[in-house]
Design a protein. Structure first.
Length: 83
């Protein structure tokens, strides 16, 4: 089981973390991964100045936005699961 946590602290919220959560949910469903990925939220991952942050297991990934989401999803989520 992979753990993915999206930051929803004030800075990330203002930078679009809600959109990232929605994209994450859509992509997990599209790829049939809802039973392999535990999606949650955190109030601060400590990388406020670097854009929306997520934590994939123990790795923090920063600067997510709708333009680079798919690339990061493919690399960190699909790649991490060996898909």
């Amino acid at each position: 089981m992979m753990n993915v946590c999206v930051c929803v602290g004030s800075s990330c919220h203002l930078k679009g973390s809600y959109n990232i959560i929605q994209l994450m949910k859509q992509h997990l469903e599209q790829h049939g991964l809802t039973d392999q990925v535990n999606l949650s939220a955190a109030f601060c991952l400590g990388r406020c100045e670097q854009g929306v942050s997520i934590k994939v297991d123990d790795e923090i990934v920063t600067g997510l936005n709708p333009d680079n989401f798919e690339q990061i999803f493919n690399e960190k989520i699909l790649g991490g699961l060996g898909k």
